[in-house]
Design a protein around this ligand. Sequence first.
Ligand SMILES: [Zn+2]
Length: 95
Amino acid sequence: MVMAKLKHLPQRTCIACRTVKNKRDLIRIVRTPDQVVIVDPTGKANGRGVYLCTEAECLEKGLRKGRLAQALKVTLSDETVAQLFNSVQNELSKT
Ligand SMILES: [Zn+2]
């Protein structure tokens, strides 16, 4: 008997809506060991990461300063949050 090969896809939770999705369907934001918060399109950067759906609603909710700062346990400036939002939009426009 041949067993069906079920590829295990890593799953992560969106910090905005709490929906569990395949990791590749989410966008990762990571706080690097240098305390810099960046968008991580590869999903492989070191650091504490959070995930967001690619839908506008979740991005807006999840990229609010307070929410993101809490999730990443870091202090964020308005400027950083704005930059992150732009980076995310930029990444999403590539696909
Ligand atoms: Zn979501």
